[in-house]
Design a protein around this ligand. Structure first.
Ligand code: ADP
Ligand code: TRP
Length: 325
């Protein structure tokens, strides 16, 4: 059976619709056909988080969210990245093959440079793509479900695997990125940027009903009034509605937009209802898991064991291949 692997940083707190539609949902669908290894990238989060309690709590919360969204532990492993410290060893070995030039082409470095901050960038952020390559290669992954923004990292992973195999023989498997065509980049509620924690333009489907309502009502619209005819093709509300409503319901909303007499407030309430309908069972499960940490911890413990067994196999081959003891 082929293996699917992906990771998500816990820094975002609760996952947003971009995370869910772009990465989590497709990753969970792969449980039908693949062995799935998914982890919470707490080592990566250390590049920005300095608060140990927050790192621990956010990591736990993201694991609970994965379970609430439907991760089935019988079909794979859900684990903390840092539960497998072997990853740091493979990351070192790969870093000896990664060039400075490769890393200066990475998004995070470019963004820091554009803002004149590259001197303050820590080494962990600079070498972020190498640790990510190790994450993927340590588990002999076949496919990596991610959003569009991660494609560059997967390309770098393939290059590093190829370079390793060139010097040391065919040891590392080159993975394929899997990007959902329609969900590659979910827009933010500002209607300008992609949905992201860094832009503060997100909707968190597992948040409390009150927060969820505030986020949906904050979707940015133009200033057309209730009676005005509106173009549904330009509306962020309709875009989000399409993710959760049936084609008939979408057609109905579109025709109300065109007819006029239907305000953005009405459309937002219809969207909110759809989101609630879709996520209510998951939110209830999430709230229950947050109150029952033992259940989450036992899944993470089992995940750690499965991941460790695979990591040891690959790392042994890597060490032998490159002449380490
Ligand atoms: P953020 O931009 O909020 O910090 P992350 O970088 O932690 O999100 O992303 C975690 C996963 O979710 C990645 O696989 C990423 O590609 C995916 N993802 C994040 N935002 C979006 C989006 N707006 N559309 C599609 N996928 C997304
Ligand atoms: N870089 C990814 C993000 O920012 C998280 C991540 C870490 C990851 N390691 C990975 C994703 C390995 C896929 C595979 O969202």
């Amino acid at each position: 059976m082929k293996r699917s692997l992906s990771g998500i940083k816990p820094t975002s707190g609760l996952p947003h619709l971009g995370n869910y539609l772009g990465m989590i949902k497709p990753a969970l669908e792969l449980q039908k056909s693949h062995e799935t290894f998914y982890f919470i990238a707490d080592y990566h989060a250390l590049t920005t988080i300095r608060d140990p309690k927050k790192l621990k709590a956010d990591t736990f919360q993201m694991a609970a969210a994965f379970l609430a969204f439907g991760f089935d532990p019988a079909k794979g492993a859900l684990f903390r990245q840092s539960d497998i410290p072997e990853i740091t060893e493979l990351s070192w070995i790969l870093s000896c093959l990664a060039s400075y030039g490769d890393l200066t082409r990475a998004h995070a470095y470019k963004a820091a440079k554009d803002e004149g901050r590259e001197g303050e960038m820590n080494l962990g952020t600079f070498s972020y793509p190498v640790l990510m390559s190790a994450d993927i290669l340590l588990y002999d992954s076949d496919v990596v479900p991610v959003g569009q923004d991660q494609l560059q990292h997967i390309e770098m992973t393939r290059q590093l695997a190829q370079r390793f195999n060139h010097y040391y023989g065919e040891v590392l498997k080159k993975p394929e990125a899997l990007v959902q065509k329609d969900m590659a980049t979910v827009p933010g509620i500002d209607g300008v940027n992609k949905m992201s924690k860094s832009y503060g333009n997100f909707i968190e489907p597992l948040a409390s009903e009150k927060t969820l309502k505030t986020q949906v009502m904050a979707i940015v619209t133009d200033s057309l009034g209730l009676d005005d005819k509106k173009n549904p093709d330009e509306s962020a509300i309709v875009k989000f509605y399409k993710f959760f409503a049936s084609p008939a319901e979408v057609a109905d909303m579109e025709s109300k937009f065109r007819a006029g007499g239907y305000g953005y407030g009405h459309a937002k309430i219809a969207l909110l209802d759809k989101i609630k309908e879709h996520f209510d069972p998951m939110r209830k499960r999430f709230d229950a898991l947050m109150k029952n940490p033992d259940e989450v911890e036992s899944v993470l413990k089992e995940g750690k064991q499965k991941a460790q067994a695979q990591a040891t196999l690959v790392l042994d081959k890597v060490r032998k291949a490159c002449g380490l003891s």
